[in-house]
Design a protein around this ligand. Structure first.
Ligand code: NAP
Ligand code: GDD
Length: 346
């Protein structure tokens, strides 16, 4: 049985990847940050008590800011494949927390590379996937592919570029099997609620059911190449099954503006968004990435990977999920329960 170790397993992609690998028969180990509240909600459907004989998912407390702890997890789990998905992944927040973002995204990756270097040096074999991002292209004109020079526009983007080059360097210097996936935006009903797609579907669904009146949002003109997260984790896995390590762009090859996403989501909800949406400067970034459009022909050719879920289906899936959530919220509210919505600044 193959074993995988996932950092960032509690995030959107981590949860899809864990499901995907379990379905393939892997034993899956995940790194979970200690928090004062439960942060494993996205894993609820696959989590089984580790005391049960059939358990295939094991969680370990850790943090990529803590290299020693990560080394111990590596020794304990002894994986065949590592997926480094851990990140402070919010671009706007990275302007507020630049040093922290660099420590987790750039130096955190370096800590994992150092651990892997020593682990392989001691005679073990392991393959590493690094979660790179289209944010690394930033201001580079579209379409962007593996040959496009990086021009990051945020502390997050710069940190991902550093992580990318650390990985290339360790691959060349120590002959490690490391793949950089350069993934364009990918979404799902599990997307964090402060990313624009989920922020929109969550708010429109609540507006439709009378639970809120307004949605305050930033730049409607930015364009993104949006795919479905469930499709993208397959590409991560495929990269690590190749005979040689390489870097790949993963994207749909279709770009839409935030306004187009909003219009389509509102149409699915059956509401007139112009009556409910207002712009707020706080959601604009000091430097914006205006136009992302990926050219994933290398992934199609070499990995045989293709996106399955269309833009329209993605928006519909997210809207339907959030309408259901809003309906549950309304039922609770009508029964006199207070529904806690969190406090978001992003
Ligand atoms: P996400 O939902 O924000 O999940 C991030 C994960 O990283 C969470 O499990 C989080 O734990 C964990 N994490 C944060 N800081 C950590 C630390 N110091 N040590 C250990 N774990 C830490 O992000 P995602 O959308 O799943 O993305 C996964 C990865 O792909 C990230 O590296 C992201 O930058 C990259 N990426 C994402 C996209 C996209 O469109 N989704 C595109 C390109 C690249 P908590 O649950 O405790 O917060
Ligand atoms: N979050 C957010 N909130 N974004 C807004 C808002 C708002 O209220 N209004 C407009 N936007 C615009 C942003 O300015 C950006 O141009 C676009 O919507 C997408 O923003 P996000 O959904 O926050 O995603 P992102 O593109 O910045 O970053 C995501 O994709 C990257 C891959 O390109 C994240 O998942 C990153 O971790 C990932 O690397």
């Amino acid at each position: 049985m193959k074993k995988a170790l996932i950092s960032g397993i509690t995030g959107q992609d981590g949860s899809f990847l864990a499901e995907f690998l379990l379905a393939k028969g892997y034993e899956v180990h995940g790194v979970v940050r200690r928090a004062s509240t439960f942060n494993t909600e996205r894993l609820d459907s696959i989590y089984a008590d580790p005391h049960e004989k059939s358990a295939k998912l094991f969680l370990h407390y850790g943090d990529v800011a803590d290299g020693g702890g990560f080394r111990r997890i590596l020794e304990k789990a002894r994986p065949d494949e590592i997926y480094n998905l851990a990140a402070q992944s919010h671009v706007r927040v990275s302007f507020d927390q630049a040093e922290y973002t660099a420590d987790v995204v750039a130096t955190g990756t370096l800590r994992i590379l150092e651990a892997v270097r020593d682990y392989v040096g001691a005679g073990n074999t392991v393959r590493l996937y690094q979660a790179g991002s289209s944010e690394m292209f930033g201001a580079a004109p579209p379409p962007q592919n593996e040959a496009t020079p990086f021009y990051p526009r945020s502390p997050y983007g710069v940190s991902k570029v550093a992580a990318h080059w650390y990985c290339v360097n360790y691959r060349e210097a120590y002959s490690l099997f490391i793949c950089n996936g350069i993934l364009f935006n990918h979404e799902s009903p599990r997307r964090g609620e402060t990313f624009v797609t989920r922020k929109i579907t969550r708010a429109l669904a609540r507006i439709k059911l009378g639970l809120q009146e307004k949605l305050y949002i930033g730049n409607l003109d930015a364009r993104r190449d949006w795919g479905y997260a469930g499709d993208y984790v397959e590409a991560m896995w495929l990269m690590l099954q190749q005979p040689a390590a390489d870097d790949y762009v993963v994207a749909t090859g279709e770009s839409h503006s935030v306004r187009e996403f909003l219009e389509l989501a509102a149409a699915h909800c059956g509401i007139d968004w112009t009556r409910h949406v207002e712009t707020d400067r706080r959601y604009f970034r000091p430097t914006e990435v205006d136009f992302l459009l990926g050219d994933a022909s290398k992934a199609r050719r070499q990995l045989g990977w293709e996106p399955r879920v269309s833009f329209d289906d993605l928006v519909r899936m997210m809207v339907e999920h959030d309408l259901e959530l809003a309906s549950q919220e309304r039922t609770l509210a009508e029964a006199g329960h207070t529904v806690h919505r969190g406090a978001s600044q992003a």
